[in-house]
Design a binder for this molecule. Sequence first.
Ligand code: SF4
Length: 242
Amino acid sequence: MTLKKATTHTGPRKKNPHSTSRTAASFSKETLRQKGARAKQIDKRLAAAYPDARCTLNFKNPLELLVATILAAQCTDERVNRLTRKLFRKYRSAKAYAQAEADIFEKDITSAGFFRNKTKSILACGRVLLERYSGKVPKTMEELLSLPGVGRKTANVILGNAFGIPGIVVDTHLGRLSRRLGLSNQRDPDKVEQDLMPLIPQNRWTIFSHLLVFHGRRICLARKPDCPNCLLNDLCPSAFGV
Ligand code: SF4
């Protein structure tokens, strides 16, 4: 029996209206200025394609976003949203988290996975917020980084989405897409952030992060990027070669 070779492409192939004959080599000769111009085109196209791009964690205040973001590590936003619907009714302040019993809280968040470490971080955050910040989530990177379990990614999520202070959120999708798109060749999230900052206007940092995540979830999947149907394939040095 002859086996047909599997193809990664399903469904009708859409023609990219922007398509050019740019070669992979031409991307490697790019100046910083040219790369910045390409990043802006990427931003513009994605913004048109995903007008609904936003933070997909549900929250009503900075404290809820802080807790949701810690819970979202290694867990889907959908699962976190299901969990926090009840959790946020039970715990309504930094004091409530600071005073929570660890074993009870672990049960409250079991479905998020890594519940022991996440419990430690969230309850410790509650205590630090209460002791140092009058129970309020602070608004600066430096202060946010002083909270247990909070790194630059979480801090930028909070700054950008709860306080409107631009930040590039380097999660697994954004890191992968930045490398495929040739905007960074770094693996360390902090270095990816540093590479992107000069390429994207500051007022676009937060939304650009959402746009890349949306594209990473829909088209530029980790294992099977859909390059033929990708609206960025003429701007991407990895197109058809991932
Ligand atoms: S062309 Fe392919 S690798 Fe490049 S962004 Fe699109 S799906 Fe990802």
